[in-house]
Design a protein around this ligand. Structure first.
Ligand SMILES: [Zn+2]
Length: 183
């Protein structure tokens, strides 16, 4: 069992990471209340909330066997890695970023950009069925959570401060990704 001191340190580092990952949305630009359109789809800051129905469903024990402790903390416990700590942050090679939990293709190097936030950032997923979204109200914040559509593993969050053409920032944990270089 972790000691109370370790738990405190983990909590503090998580809070620091969250503050950094929200960027300036923690100030006056905090997200507006959810909006529901005529079809019943919920939008937060213009981002549609569309949870994925995972095809790969494993037990907690199976996930612990499959993932490292660090990967498990992000993918299965909604953790956030410390800013500027990820191996893939500065990776600018051509290729695809796949889910570290199941290998599902998530992002292309074509849409990766330097957001200067400390996490790998993309302005669009690689395909329409790559990711799902959910409302995340943890830590008294309203955010859009993004997860792998195949295994529902937590990847990060989406913020409406990205570059053209989408204006979105997919703020993704390096630990949730594996990189597959283009052939
Ligand atoms: Zn996955």
């Amino acid at each position: 069992m972790p000691t109370p001191r370790i738990i405190l340190l983990l909590t503090l580092s998580t809070l620091l990471a969250l503050c950094a990952c929200t960027g300036d949305s923690i100030t006056d630009d905090s997200p507006s209340d959810p909006v529901v359109d005529d079809d019943g789809t919920i939008f937060v800051d213009g981002i549609a909330i569309e949870p994925a129905e995972p095809e790969l469903v494993l037990s907690d024990e199976e996930w612990r066997e499959r993932l490292s402790d660090e990967e498990y903390e992000i993918l299965r416990s909604h953790g956030t890695e410390p800013a500027f700590s990820g191996d893939l942050l500065d990776n600018d090679a051509q290729g695809a970023y796949v889910c570290a939990g199941c290998g599902h293709e998530l992002f292309s190097s074509e849409t990766k950009y330097d957001s200067e936030t400390g996490w790998p950032s993309y302005w669009e997923p690689i395909g329409e069925d790559s990711v799902g979204t959910e409302i995340d109200e943890s830590f008294n914040m309203l955010r859009v959570e993004v997860h792998c559509a195949h295994c529902a593993g937590h990847l990060g969050h989406i913020f409406p401060d990205g570059p053209d053409p989408t204006g979105l920032r997919y703020c993704i944990n390096s630990l949730a990704l594996n990189f597959e270089p283009a052939q």
